[in-house]
Design a protein around this ligand. Sequence first.
Ligand SMILES: NC(=O)c1ccc[n+]([C@@H]2O[C@H](COP(=O)([O-])OP(=O)(O)OC[C@H]3O[C@@H](n4cnc5c(N)ncnc54)[C@H](OP(=O)(O)O)[C@@H]3O)[C@@H](O)[C@H]2O)c1
Length: 215
Amino acid sequence: MSLGRVHNFSISLDGFGTGEGQSRDAPFGHAGEGLHEWMFTTRFWRQLVGESGGTRGLDDAFARQITPGIGAEIMGAGKFGPPGWHEDPEWKGWWGPNPPFRTPTFILTHHPRPSIEMEGGTTFHFLDASPAKVLETAREAAGGQDVRIGGGPTVIRDFFAAGLIDHMHIVVVPVLLGRGVRLWDGLEGLEKDYEVESASSPSGVTHVTFTRVGL
Ligand SMILES: NC(=O)c1ccc[n+]([C@@H]2O[C@H](COP(=O)([O-])OP(=O)(O)OC[C@H]3O[C@@H](n4cnc5c(N)ncnc54)[C@H](OP(=O)(O)O)[C@@H]3O)[C@@H](O)[C@H]2O)c1
């Protein structure tokens, strides 16, 4: 069975998955890099960016679950680029010529454009479709493997609301953002459908997993 999975999705203590004021210079708005500092210190991340070192503890063990078994990614227009990216015909995402996805990657947008083949196995496809439809398309492309729902918070919230997420790993970071895009709005009672576990890391973050009951 091909699962819909979320990994390493970081939120502030007050539930924001990104800050306010996203721009080309500030992909997370006023949140800066604060939501992901826990990950930048891990061995997983250092390997990803071609560096040595990094921690090997709990944060690293969770962080590296993002890749195994994934055959496609889905993300929202707000993760793919800053507001207005669709007006730039040259925009190909934040990640340079060799993005880390290395699978078919589906971008939900009301401004679809032709697919873009990148280096390293990533092809960006642009779809204006319902969450259920894009998941069906991504599953076909994933060839039986799981599909990662990569964010941002609006898209994850919509996929949860549509009952399309089987497993989610979120990281609660001890910062208060006060403003931005919230993850949980409208998802009251969601926990009843999931087995929820949490683990506190010495780094100060808390890893929380939601796994669909009966999976
Ligand atoms: N905290 C984390 O771990 C994490 C992870 C990933 C990303 N982020 C951050 O999250 C932010 C982006 O999140 P966000 O909530 O603002 O946006 P988002 O979830 O990435 O994308 C939402 C946008 O996608 C398009 N869209 C969504 N559903 C659609 C549908 N069914 N059909 C067509 N288009 C659809 C719409 O854009 P259009 O109408 O403009 O096309 C919508 O405004 C960025 O700052 C990013 O850096 C955080």
